[in-house]
Design a binder for this molecule. Structure first.
Ligand SMILES: Nc1nc2c(ncn2[C@@H]2O[C@H](COP(=O)(O)OP(=O)(O)O)[C@@H](O)[C@H]2O)c(=O)[nH]1
Ligand SMILES: [Mg+2]
Length: 358
């Protein structure tokens, strides 16, 4: 019997949720043929192995393990790319999304051939966000309002991570997706070249079962970039704009530190330029790191820090050598330092980003 519905579940450190979720899917989807694809980004807690253990006994379950990669949206996209059923759903592994509405979502999508997508919604009559702290409620409602305004769709929950879509709709949109961050539903709406036909089904957002949320500042930042891309992306490349802003900020920081060093340190030119370049490199790393000690453990974080810094040091050597030549040639310390700093910034941005942003 062919598979009717595939459930794509992105996971990162969810080992204690996998078994419970498969059991819940088994009972709620008992009436149809289904499969579940867990897309795991090499979780340090061994989630992939837990999924494979279940998969050995249950052919409906599969593990797509990505190594050296991270990102909820790209995990969902690759999970969906790996399946061929007519309908696909995306849901979290932590039980916050109520699996009991999956049959209704499927029925709705099957019953109306005009529909592209059915969304599990917290903000339509009958839905809710449960016990969220006031601050998370506020952030979510601001992000939701921005999403609605930018998409110009009467979509009550554009931030939802729980939805079901038609394979054909996904295939026609997939090449245009941004694929960054957490907000895959917003991405699908923003990237579709035709008006998206959707329907929302209410559900109550539950408390996380086990483990911790991976929501952090980076998620908000990536969402902001995606919104910006939707608004002005057709006039100017957001990648270029980011590169430009990033370079200006790096140079301002370099300039400011050179000034401080000139006033307080009064060391040789090469020493000052080297010190300032290393500090700028560290700040650049903190803003661009993809790993954190909390989510990824000390080993993965330290590995990224060490490899990032070693690679960045090549840029520092080039930067300081050029700056010293210019200084020796007769340029002022500030100007030589800034030209060296610009070359360092270019190295950091182009070379390091190519290596670390997979
Ligand atoms: N594959 C993969 N899954 C992720 C990543 N970040 C989060 N997830 C999973 O995406 C789902 C939603 O993340 P969660 O931390 O629950 O976010 P929250 O619901 O907004 O607090 C969970 O199943 C996570 O395990 C990631 O980088 N890669
Ligand atoms: Mg969650």
């Amino acid at each position: 019997m062919s598979v009717q519905i595939t459930i794509v579940i992105p996971t990162y450190n969810e080992k204690d949720n996998v078994k419970v979720l498969v059991e819940k899917l088994s009972s709620t989807l008992a009436g149809c043929s289904w499969e579940a694809i867990f897309v795991d980004d090499d979780s340090p807690d061994g989630t992939a192995e837990v999924v494979r253990d279940i998969a050995r006994k249950d052919a409906r379950v599969r593990c797509l393990q990505r190594i050296g990669r991270k990102g909820l949206s790209s995990a969902c996209i690759e999970g969906m790319l790996s399946c061929s059923s007519d309908y696909m759903a995306v849901m979290d592994a932590d039980m916050q999304h109520d699996e009991a509405i999956l049959p209704k979502m499927l029925e709705t999508l099957k019953g109306n051939s005009d529909l592209d997508i059915v969304i599990g919604s917290r903000y339509v009559e009958g839905g809710g966000v449960g016990q969220w702290p006031a601050i998370r409620k506020l952030i979510s409602s601001i992000a939701t309002k921005i999403g609605q305004a930018v998409l110009r769709a009467d979509l009550k929950d554009p931030m939802s991570g729980f939805f079901m879509l038609r394979q054909s709709f996904f295939r026609q949109t997939v090449r245009k997706l941004n694929g960054k961050g957490f907000k895959i539903l917003f991405d699908l709406f923003a990237s579709s070249s035709t008006k998206v036909n959707f329907q929302e089904v209410p559900y109550d957002f539950r408390q996380r079962n086990a483990g911790e949320s991976k929501l952090d500042f980076r998620v908000t930042f990536d969402y902001g970039i995606m919104v910006l891309d939707k608004i002005i992306g057709r006039y100017i490349s957001i990648r270029f704009l980011l590169f430009f802003i990033n370079s200006i900020l790096v140079l301002l920081l370099h300039y400011f530190l050179l000034m401080l060093a000139a006033i307080f340190l009064r060391q040789t030119f090469v020493f000052t330029q080297l010190l300032v370049s290393l500090v700028v490199l560290m700040v650049f790393f903190m803003f661009n790191k993809t790993r954190s000690v909390k989510n990824d453990g000390v080993y993965k974080f330290a590995w990224e820090a060490v490899s990032f810094s070693s690679f960045g040091c090549i840029g520092v050597v080039i930067n300081v050598s050029i700056a010293y030549c210019l200084f020796d040639f007769g340029l002022t310390g500030m100007l030589s330092g800034l030209i060296g700093g610009s070359i360092g910034a270019l190295w950091n941005y182009i070379a390091i980003k190519q290596v670390f942003r997979k």
